[in-house]
Write a protein that binds this ligand. Structure first.
Ligand code: NAP
Length: 314
């Protein structure tokens, strides 16, 4: 029987691993498909405290992993395929290699994946002109022309934030009105630097092989296409929380995010905690994920201790 199984190795999972390992609980950590989480897709991270010159996302994640290993965290390169609560309250996670792992406590840190457009050349220019996080990458576009895709609150928030750096921000939306909350939509459309491009979609990206240089836009009413030069594109069409295997067991909201219960990292199942973007549709920052990873670890530590004191642990 494991003390704690941590599912996910983004900033939340790795912070939870550092804390639970330092508490001598020897956590077992499942990496999943996206080992290192969303920061593996970012280049410079300039807002994670402690790095005055910034740090590369992948290096930050690798450093956190090494830090957790130093204190005894064990990593398994495997995807959690199923999740069950046993009659005695312990948890069983089955991995992609069909190994069941039984644990007293679990920390879910499976994150949320940004939705992408899945169109031509998108992969090629990811982090080299195409991004999904303005807070992370907006500062690289000082004095540039950029484009935000989407019509919800996220798109409005990203576009407004990007006006701090960019000369011009276009919002490309497939309808002729934003679906964002009224106040947010009005504020966005009032902004002098923001210009909407209605009824339109990006159908492909253009670049010089190294960086994005433009997009091919299609007007969905006239069906006409045109090439438009642009320095950067921020895709803000929503995030998908990675909670598929928890459906029916862990309470989720209408978007699939875990609903906090009790403490802000608790769930409806005792001993199961949630940290990071899997339970956060608002802040979605590496540092807030790390913060909740720490909180989940401290809660899990207390839970395991209580379980052992009760004498339920063999
Ligand atoms: P959202 O509300 O689901 O909006 C997604 C937008 O992306 C929609 O306008 C949608 O178009 C568009 N879209 C989806 N797939 C697309 C595709 N393949 N190509 C082009 N466009 C596509 O997502 P969100 O803006 O991330 O918000 C998610 C939740 O978080 C919402 O409840 C929101 O209110 C909340 N949120 C709140 C705040 C805040 O309060 N500060 C900030 C951010 C998010 P259609 O309109 O045509 O469907």
């Amino acid at each position: 029987m494991e003390n704690i199984v941590i599912i996910g190795t983004g900033s939340a999972g790795l912070t939870a691993a550092i804390y639970t390992a330092r508490a001598n609980l020897s956590p077992l950590v499942l990496t999943g498909n996206e080992d290192g989480g969303q920061l593996m897709l970012t280049s410079d991270v300039e807002n994670f405290p402690g790095f005055p010159e910034g740090i590369q996302g992948p290096l930050l994640m690798e450093s956190m992993k090494q830090q957790a290993k130093r204190f005894g965290a064990r990593f398994v390169t495997s995807l959690a395929k199923s999740f069950a609560v046993n009659p005695d309250g312990t948890i069983t996670v089955t991995t992609s290699d069909a190994k069941p792992i039984q644990a007293i406590s679990a920390i879910i840190a499976t994150g949320a994946s940004a939705r992408w457009l899945n169109i031509e050349s998108e992969k090629q220019y990811k982090s080299r002109g195409i991004h999904t996080c303005a807070t992370c990458d907006g500062a690289f576009y000082k004095g540039k022309d950029i484009m935000v895709v989407g019509g919800g609150d996220s798109a409005c928030e990203e576009a407004t934030f990007l006006t701090r750096f960019a000369t011009k921000v276009y919002i490309v939306h497939r309808r002729d009105a934003l679906r964002a909350s009224k106040v947010m939509a009005e504020r966005t459309l009032r902004h002098q630097k923001i210009e909407p491009i209605w009824d339109s979609a990006i159908v492909s990206f253009a670049g010089d092989g190294k960086r994005l240089t433009g997009v091919v836009l299609k007007n969905l009413k006239t069906m006409k296409t045109k090439l438009m030069k642009i320095d950067g594109v921020f895709i803000a069409i929503g995030h998908v929380p990675n909670t598929g295997i928890f459906k029916g067991l862990i309470e989720l909201d209408e978007h699939g995010f875990i609903v906090p219960k009790g403490s802000c990292v608790g769930t409806n199942v005792p001993g199961v905690f949630a940290a990071g973007d899997v339970a956060d549709k608002k802040y979605k920052q590496a540092i807030t994920a790390a913060g909740t990873g720490c909180m989940a670890a401290l809660e899990a530590e207390k839970y395991v201790e209580g379980w052992k004191e009760k004498g339920d642990f063999q």
